[in-house]
Design a protein around this ligand. Structure first.
Ligand SMILES: Nc1ncnc2c1ncn2[C@@H]1O[C@H](COP(=O)(O)OP(=O)(O)OP(=O)(O)O)[C@@H](O)[C@H]1O
Ligand SMILES: [Mg+2]
Length: 351
C-alpha cells in the first residue's frame, strides 16, 4: 500500500510561509498531476514527501507509515528531479544502476534492468558516457531511467520531460503511463504542460501561493473550475474572462453592451465575471458584432482574436479561417458552456 496522506502540512523558510495547511489524499496506485504557477511550492511539496526537506508543521504518511522524521532512503520513494541531479563522475549506466547497486542487487539483474530502461529511453548508445557529455534532454532521460529501474512504492516526478522535444515528450508520456500501470506504484507528477496534466492524471491538483486551490478529475477542473484562478489556469488557450455587472440576468459591460449570463447565485447589480472557453465561441452570422484583431493558425485549430466593447476574446475554431485585422466578425457563444464568477472573491457562482 502506498497511499499518501498530508494533514495540515506547512513549510516556512524563516519568516517566509511557503506552504500553508496542505491537506492531500493520494490513493494507492493513483496518478496525480500537480500544477500551479512558478514559485507556488510544487517542488517543495514533493521534496517534503521524499524527505529531502523538513516539514514545519503537520503530518505526512506514506501507506501506514508516518514519515515526518523518516530518513529519505527508508521511505521507498523514487524521485526524478527538475534539475537532473546525476552523479557527474559516473557513466550513464552507473547513474541508472546506482540505486540498485546500493541495495546490493545481483549484477545480472542490474544488467537486465539497465538494458531494458536504456531501450525504452533510447539511451543504448550512451551508456558509457558521463553526464557532462550529454544534452539536457539526454540527462533528463538518464534521471528517468534511474527511477524506472527501481520498484518503489511511490514515484515523485518534478517536471521530468521539460527539456525534451515535442515528439519525445509524447513518447515518454506514454512510457511513464505504461510504467505506472505495470508497476502499480502511486505517482505524483509535477508539470507545467497542460496536455501532460490533463492526459496523464487520474486527478489534478491545482496549487496557488502555497495552497491547494482545487483538486479533481481533468474533466471536473475543465468543466467546473471553482475559481477564476483555476478557470484561467486549466485549458489552453485560457478561458476568456469578461468582467461586468449583472443586470436583469445579463452581463452589462462598461459601454452598456450586454452578454448572456448563466443562471447563478449572483445578486442584481453585483460585479461578476463571465467565463467562456475559446473552443465555445464561434463565428456565426447574426451573432455578436466584433472586429478581428488577429488570426493565428496553429495547424489543427485556428485562433481568432476578436474585440468588442473594449473586451478582447479568443475564439478557437476547427475550420481554416482567414481574415485581415479590422474585419468585422459576428460571434456566437455556446450558452450552455458559460461560467459565472464573483469578481470580488474570485469564486464560482455556479448553483
Ligand atoms: N531554501 C529556500 N529558502 C527560502 N525560500 C525558498 C527556498 N527554497 C524555495 N524557496 C521559495 O519557496 C517557494 C516555492 O518554491 P518551489 O521550488 O517549491 O516552487 P515551484 O512551484 O516548484 O516553482 P517552479 O514551477 O518554478 O519550479 C518559492 O517562492 C521559492 O523562492
Ligand atoms: Mg519546481
Amino acid at each position: 500500500m502506498a497511499s499518501v496522506t498530508m494533514r495540515g502540512v506547512r513549510k516556512d523558510y524563516g519568516p517566509l510561509n511557503i506552504l500553508r495547511d496542505i491537506d492531500l489524499d493520494v490513493a494507492d496506485q493513483e496518478f496525480i498531476t500537480l500544477v500551479g504557477p512558478s514559485g507556488c511550492g510544487k517542488s517543495t511539496l514533493l521534496r517534503m514527501i521524499a524527505g529531502l526537506e523538513t516539514i514545519s508543521g503537520g503530518d505526512i504518511s506514506i501507506g501506514s507509515d508516518r514519515v515526518n522524521d523518516m530518513p529519505p532512503m527508508h521511505r521507498d520513494v523514487a524521485m526524478v528531479f527538475q534539475s537532473y541531479a546525476l552523479y557527474p563522475h559516473m557513466t550513464v549506466a552507473g547513474n541508472i544502476s546506482f540505486g540498485l547497486r546500493l541495495r546490493r542487487v545481483v549484477a545480472e539483474k542490474i544488467a537486465v534492468a539497465v538494458a531494458s530502461a536504456a531501450a525504452v529511453l533510447n539511451l543504448g548508445q550512451l551508456l558509457e558516457r558521463r553526464p557532462g557529455q550529454l544534452s539536457g534532454g539526454q540527462r533528463q532521460r538518464v534521471a528517468m531511467g534511474r527511477a524506472m529501474v527501481r520498484n518503489p512504492r511511490l514515484f515523485l516526478f518534478d517536471e521530468p520531460l521539460s527539456n525534451l522535444d515535442a515528439k519525445l515528450r509524447v513518447q515518454m508520456r506514454a512510457e511513464i503511463k505504461a510504467l505506472h500501470r505495470r508497476l502499480g506504484s502511486t505517482s505524483i507528477y509535477v508539470t507545467h504542460d497542460q496536455v501532460e496534466a490533463m492526459t496523464m492524471a487520474d486527478r489534478i491538483i491545482v496549487m496557488n501561493q502555497g495552497c491547494i486551490e482545487q483538486q479533481g478529475t481533468p474533466e471536473t477542473l475543465y468543466d467546473r473550475p471553482a475559481s477564476l484562478f483555476v478557470a484561467g489556469f486549466i485549458g489552453s488557450p485560457s478561458m476568456n474572462l469578461i468582467p461586468g455587472t449583472l443586470q436583469n440576468g445579463r452581463l452589462v459591460l462598461a459601454d452598456g453592451a450586454t452578454l448572456p449570463f448563466p443562471a447563478s447565485a449572483a445578486q442584481e447589480g453585483q460585479a461578476v465575471t463571465l467565463g467562456i472557453r475559446p473552443e465555445h465561441i464561434r463565428p456565426q452570422p447574426g451573432g455578436l458584432a466584433a472586429d478581428v484583431v488577429d488570426v493565428e493558425p496553429t495547424g489543427v485549430d485556428t485562433l481568432i482574436l476578436c474585440r468588442f466593447s473594449g473586451v478582447q476574446v479568443i475564439a478557437s475554431v476547427r475550420d481554416r479561417f482567414r481574415a485581415l485585422p479590422g474585419t468585422p466578425i459576428a460571434l456566437a457563444f455556446d450558452e450552455d458552456k458559460l461560467h459565472a464568477f464573483d469578481t470580488a472573491t474570485g469564486k464560482t457562482l455556479r448553483q
